[in-house]
Design a protein around this ligand. Structure first.
Ligand SMILES: Cc1ncc(C[n+]2csc(CCOP(=O)(O)OP(=O)(O)O)c2C)c(N)n1
Length: 375
């Protein structure tokens, strides 16, 4: 007898309940479910969760049975949209969220929001249930029914325990239905020769004594593995804010500031590039490592894999110093010739993460050692 995985069971429930559209944003804990949703439903991988609330609201206004698959951190970012759109207009919405910060969590930045989430959801009057094993899946089915029967918001918190024994999804960018390009495009990723880790290795000397602010997930872990200097500030959470933190530091420090950002993170917060262009910090360089994927959560494709050119976007947002580099020589040559910032270096990379450990520093240690080092 074949035993169905939790992901398989969830898919059959969703089909039974007639869901016909998904907006998604990835989490490392539900890689199989993410792939199944994209292969079985009309779906769109969004660039930040809040957008998914708007898109689903529009889709339900036009008659769809819309749902979302996201990480619970995204709920934190979506609160205003859930209150002012979904709840205010009494629109139906089923949100499946991996519940981070509670079960076997090894990322400290996940804990505060994860633990507070039930109370936050209660405070806004959102209906939610918690699913920790296959036995709880009838709760998910009931939530799906109630969302569309009662025109209500239903949030299902999926514990990572649920997916613990599932084999890992195949890696490599996967592309959602609506994002498949209709014709072949020469997107920058075609030129990629190096992984993020190889790029960071090539820059080890360049990073020496600079203030290096690194993106959440594997970029920070890989930087710590290659160059664990005290002038590094490692982001452990707050997706989309690494360049914002870099701008704040650059405005109040005389040192050179280098931000290691990613395509997923930048697309979640393109507005920061306009703020940087406007503020014109001469000591700030953004290294945008564009691997066409949410690398840290299992290489789910981002729009830079198919249709977005980050260098062009950045010019459009007001930067004048925009460069593109694909191999170690181009990268180091470009960086050695940089003049006054702000600079944006679009580094084209292959998807993939190195097998490196979690950073063995608490957030407070990261803060203290950085502040002491840059005094
Ligand atoms: C609000 C929120 N949603 C989802 C996540 C899960 N998450 C962590 S890292 C990451 C991918 C970031 O991709 P990118 O910026 O391209 O960097 P890469 O890992 O590819 O270098 C995602 C989706 C999160 N931390 N926060």
């Amino acid at each position: 007898m074949t035993v169905l995985t939790a992901s398989d069971e969830i898919i059959s429930i969703l089909k039974e309940e007639g869901i016909n559209f998904f907006t998604t944003y990835p989490c490392a804990k539900f890689q199989n479910l993410y792939n199944l949703v994209h292969s079985q439903f009309m779906s769109l991988g969004v660039t930040k969760e809040e957008d998914g609330v708007g898109i689903c609201a529009g889709a339900s206004l036009a008659g769809a049975k819309a749902a979302m698959l996201i990480q619970s951190t995204g709920l934190g970012n979506m609160i205003n949209a859930l209150c002012s759109l979904t709840l205010t207009y009494e629109l139906p919405l089923l949100v499946l969220a991996s519940w981070r910060g509670v079960y076997k969590e090894n990322i400290s930045a996940q804990i505060k929001l994860g633990k507070s989430l039930p109370k936050i959801l209660e405070a806004i009057g959102a209906q939610y249930c918690i699913v920790t094993s296959n036995k709880d899946l009838p709760k998910l089915q009931q939530a799906a029914k109630d969302a569309y029967r009662l025109n209500s918001l239903q949030i299902v918190l999926l514990s990572p325990e649920l997916f613990e024994n599932e084999p890992l999804a195949e890696s490599g960018p996967n592309i959602s239905h609506i994002m498949v390009p209709t014709e072949e495009k020469a997107f920058p990723g075609a030129e990629a020769t190096l992984t993020r880790y190889e790029i960071l290795q090539a820059l080890e000397t360049y990073f020496e004594n600079k203030l290096v602010i690194s993106n959440i997930g594997f970029p920070s872990r890989e930087l710590h593995d290659i160059k664990p200097q005290r002038t590094n500030f490692y982001m452990l959470g707050s997706l989309g804010l690494v360049s914002s933190v870099g701008l704040g530091i650059a405005l109040f420090s005389k040192h050179e500031v280098v931000v290691i950002d990613g395509d997923g993170s930048l697309l979640a917060n393109l507005g920061i590039l306009a703020s940087i262009a406007q503020a014109e910090p001469p000591n700030l360089t953004i290294l945008a490592i564009d691997n066409g994927a949410h690398g840290s959560t299992g290489n789910q494709a981002t729009p830079t894999a198919t249709c977005v050119d980050l260098a062009q976007v950045t010019r459009g947002l007001g930067f004048t110093n925009v460069f593109r580099a694909t191999n170690p020589k181009e990268i180091t040559d470009t960086l050695s010739k940089l003049e006054e910032g702000p600079n944006f270096v679009h580094v084209i990379a292959e998807a993939g993460n190195a097998d490196v450990p979690i950073i063995p520093l608490s957030p407070i240690e990261i803060k203290k050692q950085f502040m002491r080092a840059i005094q």
